[in-house]
Design a protein. Sequence first.
Lengths: 296, 260
Amino acid sequence: MSRLTSLSDAARLINDGDHVALSGFSIARNAMALAHELVRRDVRGLTISACILGLEADLLVGAGCVGRVIYGGGSLDRFGQLGRVNEAVERGRIEVEYMSSLAVTFRYLAGSLGLPYIPIRSLLASDLVAPLVAAGVAREDRDPFGGEQVVLLRALEPDAAILHAQVADADGNTRVLGPRWDNDEAVAAAKRVIVLAEEVVEPIEIRRSPELTLVPAFRVTALVHVPFGAHPTAVYRRYDYDAEHLALYADATRSQRTFDEYLARYVRGTDHAGYLAAIGGAAKLATLTADPGLGY
Amino acid sequence: MTTTIESFTTSELMVVAGARELRDGELAFVGLGIPQLAAALAQRTHAPRLVVLNEIGLADPHPVAFGVGNADPRHWYGASFMGSFNDVMGKLLHRGLVDVGFLGALEVDAHGNANATQVPRVTGGIRRFGGGGGANDIASLARSTILIVRHERRKLVERLTHLTNPGFLDGPGARERGGLRGGGPRRVLTDKCVFGVDESTARLVVHSIHPGVTADDLREATGFALDVPKHVATTEPPSAEEIRLIREVIDPERRYTKSL
């Protein structure tokens, strides 16, 4: 059964108010093409989550799609800060569940196992705990067997997880190459899974090396074939991040006015092909192709 | 090897001082910049079996180019293991197997607690940065930490804006009472000195002062009450070989070691 669909149809699987677990980590493997589509559809009131937020999160927050963020941190690495996320948090414009990145991952892990909560040994005695307790998602307690102090964290079960991957077959069997940060747990915890794949291969290729499959097809709701769908972030063994465009975005996200200009120029009123043309087209993309030996 | 060199930058001295704090065979998280260079230097001198972890989900990389952060594939090159955040931060760190985390901070207090979250704006309100990420997990659970912070009054503070990463909390025994399994800070490295920890008070004490810095300079630049002992060691300057490794092998483009 093919789960291949278009970006716009995949974006319709995300409803206003949904909790969406994002794909990227800072400047790596962000599902930019779907984030762009969600902005074009003017989705509202999303809860977004990730152990480390990346560019896609900043774009969604800046475009007004987000009402709540669950995260441990996030930046554009040395290119700069997530200006729209930080400003929204500073001004109290969005609700925040800020914790350690392992806490986010553990909460997905609990969700992926169908557990209601999970204990963690970090967070204790820090200023991170009280707001989480107040929000009703954490509780300080003791191990009922050994008596040691732990923090109990409520499980996360996102309505949808978005995963940008290198390879999938049309059924939706999906491979991720390189480090996977919190993708494993986020995808397994989610009710619906939307995969963006750089390359769609024949099913026989997946079945030749099934141990490389991260997400089996029956857990995938929709699959979109989107070459360069993570641009300007890096996709290991496919293409490098686009340093020029990241620097441009890092500048744009410093203020809402320049961010809005960025959206108008690159995101709104166009589609993925239009976006790729606007950032420099095939000539630019060719310069980003990864060296197979290096992976970037 | 023991020949000292007359001319070196403060950041080169910090790389060398940091490297000397890392031990052979340790499993370590190291932050971007000076901690990362310190690990690279340690691996090429006294600690060839030092293993670096990246929370993004990999172990023991051997990069051949500088990247911009944990998410840059340049910092993944040559790894022996790639997996998930949970593989590294859960199954190694939370499991209690990580020896040391070498972490930056926005603010550090006299008990080695650190803020990695936000600072007040001069104009009122707060200013957020990239967030702590896994730093609270590392500060809570690693067997020890080394902190690195710029030596300024607004950064070495009496009271933190946000206690993101626990050090020794409010004094001896507080970590244990709070349920923290990791050992807390063993050193705090600045551009003026190296702090150690007084076990009886769980407060930072000057371990060595960098060449050319005076006790008055230290007191002036420190926002918490600081006793500088009369006889305190000078941070050992880099050897000629350490300088050669930094300039020719580890940071030939002088990204992090040019000035300061």
